[in-house]
Design a protein around this ligand. Structure first.
Ligand code: C2E
Ligand code: MG
Ligand code: MG
Length: 823
């Protein structure tokens, strides 16, 4: 055939002689005509190859005879249907005489003039090859979907619009839905709202072809509402143009692993907290006996900070001596790790502090194992067995807890908030601090007296606790101030709703015997990490927000905002003004008398700094001294105070009324390399008897650093007296006190305040006084306001008393008059 251009130029095949005959013979379809008795009346040539029979020999034979009874059972019904006048078809096996084939047949009735079927046109196509392929495909599909359906891992196909196209049994089980239910859902319907954005973003990158696959740990919701943590892995199947047809996701349920991790965190946190708050000293090491950590008590007892000690050999940090012979005792932890057993220390062993003094200790050492049982480190637990230990522990509890409510007090709060921040940071969550202050609490005190005021505070603390969702940290921060730490916050709104509950709860506070109180509180909220990253600022911001809530009309709550940061501004204002204070002669010293407990005679005075501008006290020392310390201004100011106090002492000496003067020294001054030479200069310059000068230091200053003990000795040798201020508020225990060259101890105001109302405080204070006296220290009580307190302290053995009862801080001249008046 020549190539043709259009139909018109081609000769019609119909015109060719026997063209239909050629088609009938050549067509690859078995064509036949059966009469009303289903006898072959026509069969085309194709039958020859298929049946292996001459088609001529078929004519006149019945179909059933040609193809056999078995074949006829399969296809006969369709043929009979066609004979009944209905088009029909058959698809299935057919035996062609030598093998089984697969065919598709169409049967068309032939109607006579009356419209009665008188025969059947049959067309049969052999589709064996296609059928085999189909079967194979089906089988492989079955195999694939079998694997898909029964995979232990969750598998899903999703449409680019997020709808599920197919999900396997594991996914259904994981999420609690049936397959049909899931196929009606979208990814967004089952994804935790906080994880949706990340998932969609990755999905869109995948769609855009920016990545081939992605992995994500996310939270889905189970049908019954609980969260299922899954580890997801998604890839795309694309069309030829690269556009995604669908996504293949694999999901593994990691909820258990998550819970396990969370439990591990909790356990670790618990261990951390326990270690920090435990009454015993704890040192841990690696298997080669190099120190890995010290808890605060171990720090105090060895003189090493945890950071300094890290990596040092245990023997360097934990030095042991025999109490009787003074010989070195081998370290029990070494034996414990070598023999893989718990080893206790022989009695009468002394621990040598870094500064050279010894404490009797009891110790137990043990190897630490991993879960395979190998030794991965060691732990040493020890405690002071001197008789002061019990007292020291009680003191720690007393200084860390509020005696009125039993709640942790301010001294612990930084640590507690710090822990909450660490946890939140680790979990990438928020946490919040609520600062609660009672509105007009003063009125309650004035109306009902302090005793009932205390009962109201106790009742309020209980109400706050009741209003908290769980066992959140609750502290008494000060007089009528409480602080709550909400350790994990799902949203900022959650803090607000806790505040609403608390406000309502506080309103319900009632105390037997008092009329309805209708207590109103104001609450400030600050949130980590939004408002601040460390405990101090977080607390300050919460307080600032509380002040703002009060300013707004009380009885409500407010969240911190940066513009509220008045406090920071105020500090900056103080600092700016303070720089001018010295050159402008705005600073002056007042003197508060100290009296002998037995005679009541004035035996000394404490110099206290004041800041007057135009005759008015602008800021109290509690306000401006912290600013001076932070800004370094305390150095020139402190030097001025020292010189001024010495000048005054010399004046009194010259007047023939020598009067010992105490001066408060700030840590920053004390740590300054030139401190001693300053002091020396001031002493020489003023020419006073050095015995008339006393320096007031704090526990922390005395406890810290190697150089301290040496410096204390030098100052002492120069003839200057040393006293420990605010005793009982730090963690210095009496057993160490004897090693420091200190002359006097000032019992903190807080102890004196509670003496006559709290039996515990009374016991402790009496014990402190007795022990200090046995160590030959002068004991001074500060903040004595009532005769009762004075009497108690005198009887307990205090040698000197200071407080408003005996004289407020006053100008030097006023103090002179007081002495003269006393005769
Ligand atoms: P501090 O050394 O413990 O001083 C005693 C404080 O208690 C003084 O407060 C004093 O006024 C107050 N006080 C005395 N008797 C009573 C009483 O019976 N009841 C009550 N409630 N309080 C009483 P002040 O003068 O406001 O000083 C506060 C703190 O400021 C001092 O505490 C001290 O740490 C520091 N400070 C004062 N002057 C200086 C100074 O020149 N240099 C340094 N570095 N710090 C100073
Ligand atoms: Mg003082
Ligand atoms: Mg004090």
């Amino acid at each position: 055939m020549r190539p043709h251009k259009s139909a018109e130029v081609l000769p019609s095949l119909h015109d060719e002689p026997d063209w239909p005959g050629r088609i009938l013979r050549g067509t690859p379809v078995l064509l036949a005509y059966l009469d009303s008795e289903l006898r072959f009346r026509f069969a085309n040539e194709t039958h020859r190859t298929w049946l292996g029979l001459d088609p001529e020999r078929l004519l006149g034979r019945r179909v059933v005879d040609v193809i056999g009874e078995r074949n006829y059972q399969r296809a006969g019904a369709a043929l009979e249907k066609a004979l009944a006048g209905h088009m029909s078809c058959y698809e299935g096996e057919l035996f062609n005489g030598s093998e089984r084939r697969y065919v598709h047949g169409n049967f068309q009735p032939d109607f006579d003039a009356d419209g009665k079927a008188c025969g059947v046109f049959t067309a049969l196509v052999d589709i064996t090859e296609r059928r085999t392929l189909e079967l194979r495909l089906h089988e492989s599909e079955q195999r694939f979907f079998g694997a898909f359906q029964h995979a232990a891992i969750g598998m899903a196909l999703t449409h680019p619009d997020g709808h599920f196209m197919r999900v396997n049994a594991a996914v259904c089980q994981m999420l609690g839905y049936s397959e049909d239910e899931l196929l009606k859902l979208n990814i967004a319907d089952i994804t935790h709202p906080d994880d949706l954005a990340a998932d969609l973003e990755l999905l869109s990158q995948l769609s855009a072809g920016q990545r081939d696959s992605y992995q994500l740990e996310k939270r889905n919701f189970h049908k019954n509402g609980h969260v299922v943590h899954i580890q997801l892995s998604v890839s795309a199947v694309r069309n030829a143009q690269g556009a995604p047809l669908y996504f293949v996701s694999q999901a593994q349920d990691v909820t258990e692993r998550k819970a396990f991790e969370a439990a591990l965190y909790r356990e670790r946190e618990l261990a951390e907290v326990t270690l920090r708050s435990i009454g015993d000293a704890v040192i841990t090491t690696d298997p080669r006996l190099r120190v890995t950590s010290l808890n605060p008590i171990a720090e105090a007892m060895t003189g090493w900070t945890s950071t300094e000690a890290q990596g040092k050999l245990i023997e360097e940090v934990f030095q042991l001596f025999d109490a009787q012979h003074g010989t070195t005792v081998s370290n029990p932890l070494r034996a414990a790790i070598e023999h893989n057993a718990i080893v206790d220390l022989a009695s009468r062993t002394l621990l040598r502090h870094r500064h050279g003094f010894d404490t009797p200790v009891e110790d137990s050492s043990a190897p630490i194992h991993d879960n395979a049982g190998s030794v991965i480190g060691g732990v040493l637990v020890f405690h002071d067995v001197s008789e002061t230990r019990a007292l020291a522990l009680k003191m720690i509890h007393l200084t860390q807890h509020d005696t009125l409510t039993g709640l942790p007090n301010r001294s612990q709060l930084d640590g507690l908030v710090g822990q909450a921040l660490m946890t939140a940071a680790r979990r990438q969550q928020r946490c919040a601090v609520l600062y609660i202050d009672i509105d007009n609490f003063k009125q309650i005190n004035e109306l009902y007296g302090h005793g009932d005021g205390d009962r109201v505070l106790r009742a309020l603390a209980a109400q706050i606790r009741r209003g908290l969702p769980g066992d959140e940290v609750l502290c008494r921060y000060g007089g009528d101030e409480f602080v709550v730490v909400l350790p994990h916050l799902k949203s900022v709104g959650e803090a607000a709703s806790v505040c609403q509950t608390l406000i309502a709860q506080c309103e319900q506070t009632s105390v037997a015997g008092l009329p309805e109180l209708a207590l109103r509180v104001s609450i400030g909220i600050s949130v980590y990490p939004d408002d601040a990253g460390e405990p101090k600022s977080l607390l300050q911001h919460a307080e600032t927000a509380m002040v703002a809530a009060k300013a707004q009309g009380q009885h409500g709550y407010r969240s911190f905002t940066a513009s509220m940061n008045e406090r920071a501004l105020a500090r900056r204002r103080i600092e700016t003004a303070l720089r001018q204070a010295l050159p402008r002669h705005e600073l002056s010293l007042l003197y508060q008398p100290k009296v002998a407990a037995d005679t009541g005679r004035i035996v000394g005075a404490e110099a206290l700094l004041r800041w007057y501008v135009n005759g008015r006290e602008l800021y109290t020392p509690d306000q401006f001294i912290p600013v001076a310390e932070d800004s370094g201004l305390i150095l020139p100011i402190g030097a001025w105070v020292l010189r001024q106090a010495c000048k005054q002492a010399r004046l009194w000496q010259q007047l023939g009324q020598p009067m010992p003067v105490s001066v408060n020294v700030s840590p920053l001054q004390f740590q300054h390399a030139d401190f001693y030479s300053w002091l020396d200069d001031v002493l020489s310059e003023s020419g006073i008897d050095p015995g008339l000068l006393e320096l007031e230091l704090t526990e922390r200053m005395v406890m810290s650093g190697d150089a301290t003990t040496g410096l204390l000795r030098r100052i002492r040798q120069r003839g200057v007296r040393l006293s420990l201020d605010d005793f009982g508020t730090g963690y210095c225990s009496l057993s160490y006190l004897k090693h420091f060259p200190i002359d006097a101890l000032k019992i903190d105001r807080a102890f004196v305040r509670d003496l006559t109302t709290d039996p515990d405080t009374a016991t402790i204070t009496t014990a402190i006084i007795a022990m200090a006296r046995s160590l030959n220290k002068v004991v001074v009580a500060e903040g004595v306001e009532t005769r009762e307190q004075g009497d108690f302290l005198r009887q307990a053995g205090c040698s000197q008393l200071q407080g408003f009862l005996y004289g407020v801080p006053m100008p030097a001249a006023a103090l002179e008059q007081l002495i003269v008046a006393a005769g």
